[in-house]
Design a protein around this ligand. Structure first.
Ligand code: SAH
Ligand code: SF4
Length: 355
């Protein structure tokens, strides 16, 4: 069988939702560039059939850049003394949430480093306040916590949790996240899902030592977790980390992984990530035409947005107002539209388990 026959057969099977093996997924990820367009088109068709033409908005507020972890890839790692650390006050966070509400957006993502300053109680009071004052759907992205904290957050009214598994290679995960275990990350994700959270996971693409096979493992893990949201972004080397100066191969492989995620997981919410937009001016639009259906304008106020320097270039991302305006125009050109609702999700087998 020629390469093109093989790829064509695999793509057809993926598009109709047949399960693929690790090797088959790896083969699709490494396909020649001429075929990648077929992969993107197939993912775009599945996106249209499964979740429609709407693009959902999530307003993100990065409320603290303190972190006790030392992830080798991240500019917020505790050993990076070259950044200005900040914590937004509760009032500042609430004001941003109110502003997000005023723009018509229905969900806020509260993100931070792993910052123990925010006790379970503090986070719960914040969730309750935002729920009461703004009615926004609250998504948390604050890292690993004791299991009872996740339960408290859910009971306080948070409905979504983002915790990327980053890489499904145990050796790579444990090298890149000193002191952390992949199996703990996966247990957290399973627990979060079981509680009833809409659960987000995802990976970085282009990490040192990553292979097509380990990327296939990422995709199989996303599927086996029955995640509701998948954040798939390129790894962007940060100059103040041990991975400074590594090569970055651009966005093509990330978009391939994202397209495969759409084919394999069908109806999930998949953002066109900020990291894609950082690497390429058209990064978000390419992703939205290869399976993505969500964008996340950054509502972190100045000067904090410049200090939340997870990877270089992020600080140059447009203000949320400009981003939403430009996105509206760009989407119109490709027959898509912005949906300001929180967006439903279809993978919630365990919803409301606590009620
Ligand atoms: N502390 C929390 C949330 C903030 S980090 C956590 O780690 O889960 C949010 C995301 O930033 C991470 O999940 C990771 O995928 C991404 N990230 C960190 N460093 C990055 C880099 N150098 N390039 C691209 N993405 C990066
Ligand atoms: Fe901290 Fe998250 Fe960055 Fe790791 S990825 S150093 S946990 S902010």
């Amino acid at each position: 069988m020629s390469i093109s026959d093989k790829v064509e057969k695999l793509l057809l099977r993926a598009e109709i939702g047949k399960a693929l093996t690790r090797e088959e997924i790896a083969d699709l990820l490494r396909m020649p560039p001429a075929w990648a367009f077929e992969l993107f088109a197939a993912a775009d068709r599945v996106r249209k059939n499964e979740v429609g033409d709407a693009v959902f908005l999530r307003g993100i507020v990065e409320f603290s850049n303190y972190c006790t972890r030392d992830c080798l890839y991240c500019g917020l790692r505790k050993s990076n003394h070259a950044i200005t650390r900040y914590r937004m006050s509760n009032d500042e966070i609430l004001h941003r949430a109110e502003y997000i509400r005023k723009t018509g957006i229905s969900t806020v993502v509260l993100q931070s480093g792993e910052d123990p300053f925010y006790s379970s109680d503090k986070v719960c009071r914040l969730i309750e306040k935002i729920r009461k004052e703004t009615k926004l759907v609250v998504t948390l992205s604050i890292g690993e916590r004791p299991l009872e904290d996740f339960k408290a957050f859910y009971q306080a009214g948070a409905e979504r949790y983002l915790l990327k598994h980053e890489t499904a290679s145990r050796a790579l995960y444990e090298y890149l996240r000193p002191g952390c275990l992949l199996k703990s990350r996966v247990s957290c994700l399973q627990f979060i899902k079981q509680l009833g959270f809409e659960t987000g996971t995802g990976n970085m693409v282009g990490l040192p030592g990553q292979t097509f096979e380990t990327l296939a493992d990422d995709l199989l893990l996303m599927k086996s977790l029955n995640a509701d949201m998948l954040g798939i972004g390129p790894f962007i080397p940060h100059p103040n980390t041990p991975l400074a100066g590594m090569e970055n191969d651009g966005i093509d492989l990330t978009i391939r992984v994202l397209a495969m995620a759409r084919l394999l997981t069908r109806n999930t919410n998949i953002p066109a990530t900020t990291a894609l937009a950082t690497l390429h001016p058209q990064g978000r639009i390419f992703a939205l035409q290869a399976g993505a259906n969500v964008v996340m304008p950054d509502f972190t106020p100045e000067p904090y947005r410049y200090y939340y320097n997870i990877y270089p270039g992020k600080e140059k991302i447009q203000s949320p107002e400009i981003m939403v305006r430009e996105m509206t125009e760009e989407l119109y050109k490709i027959g898509r539209y912005i949906d300001f609702s929180a967006g439903t999700n279809l993978n919630l087998d365990h919803r409301k388990i606590l009620h």
